[in-house]
Design a protein around this ligand. Sequence first.
Ligand SMILES: NC(=O)c1ccc[n+]([C@@H]2O[C@H](COP(=O)([O-])OP(=O)(O)OC[C@H]3O[C@@H](n4cnc5c(N)ncnc54)[C@H](O)[C@@H]3O)[C@@H](O)[C@H]2O)c1
Ligand SMILES: O=C(CO)[C@@H](O)[C@H](O)[C@H](O)[C@H](O)COP(=O)(O)O
Ligand SMILES: [Co+2]
Length: 388
Amino acid sequence: MSGQALAQLEGVREDSGGFDLLAPDGTRYRVDVTDGVFDAHNPLLAGYVAGRRVVAFMDPTVDRIYGDRLRAYLDARLEPGSWSVHTIDGGERNKTLTAVERVCSVAKASGLDRHGVMLAVGGGIVADVVGFAASMYSRGIRYIKVNTTLVGQVDVGVGVKTGVNALDTKNMFGAYHPAHASLNDPALLATLPAREIRCGLAEIVKMAVILDADLFRTLEEHPDTFLRPGGGELETYVLRTSMRLMMEELCPNLREHDLARLVDFGHTFSPVIETAGGHRLEHGEAVAVDMALSAHLARLLGLVDPESCERVVRLLHRIGLPVFDPATCTPELMTQALHSSWQRRGRELNLVVPTGIGKADFVRRLEDVPAEVLRAALEALARDGRTS
Ligand SMILES: NC(=O)c1ccc[n+]([C@@H]2O[C@H](COP(=O)([O-])OP(=O)(O)OC[C@H]3O[C@@H](n4cnc5c(N)ncnc54)[C@H](O)[C@@H]3O)[C@@H](O)[C@H]2O)c1
Ligand SMILES: O=C(CO)[C@@H](O)[C@H](O)[C@H](O)[C@H](O)COP(=O)(O)O
Ligand SMILES: [Co+2]
């Protein structure tokens, strides 16, 4: 295909069954949106693994709820003896290199060959661990994600990142390893606890603040999206818009050659909030606190109007997300977080701040966030936290 023809195809395309991404570096993958992913008549998942051995992994909760349906599906659609299903511990504390080694050990004991497939059925923890394991097992094999959380369906499932926590640092080890397939069945969200739905809404608010004022207004009108019984057109719009926005943002910079990334909004302070807080807050909750802090910093630096700052914080409140965490939102720890992000991003801070609703920019340098401004932002955040 000529360079010009390829250039025309690059980007993200949506159809009724999902999204296709073709990155400038030639990486291409699809994210499917389907119904009844584990129904025996649905050929989608089986089609992606046809003729290959499959080793599937779930955490115990997902296994309890969906394990029988997955096993019945594999039994109906795949050759006897060509697949197995295993559980790995869930929770951020188990997103470790040890967990990756256990996945590889189980895969080896199950006879998984170089052309085999690892199947991750779950949220971001299982996907990150299994995806990283697949990136190194036999020097790299295929893996498939069936995303069962909202964070999984709008974020983990649409990107290429895998990884684990290490050296007391969030996502310190990992790989960019595109999945062979990534499947979203919105019906799986029906059993997701409200706290986990809210974590996914945090990642959706992230995309709305930086890119999409209409999506933000929709969430302001319906902060209970996905929290109401039964999904409808509203949930479909929010899910698909969030997926598209994230894929469009990731596509030109899939392996982060450019470390100024708008999708880092809510991800400068949150790694320290999660880690220093002993993972008391879940990822999405820490992201929410980070977004509120970043909005106040933007306001105090004169980069966003006070009303937009207030709208961001108020929406997070109304969804039921935390906006302050007394144990970790201290000047010392948040200064440490700024330095960690500065180092991780090639000695550029690239703090993402809202400049309005639906638009954002970067605070490029550490010195652009003076200690007194950080302290004032944290004091404002504490006031917000008391009113929540
Ligand atoms: N790789 C990426 O690009 C990327 C992007 C965003 C977040 N993440 C990572 O993802 C992790 C958070 O993922 P998460 O929010 O999906 O959490 P999670 O994987 O811990 O799942 C949350 C909880 O929900 C349960 N669960 C999952 N699906 C369920 C369902 N359908 N019904 C009932 N219970 C269900 C799980 O057992 C778990 O207890 C963090 O480690 C974060 O760093 C990675
Ligand atoms: O949490 C994640 C990825 O782990 C996403 O929600 C987020 O938008 C971005 O990828 C952030 O850049 C976080 O990246 P990383 O620090 O986990 O590599
Ligand atoms: Co995130």
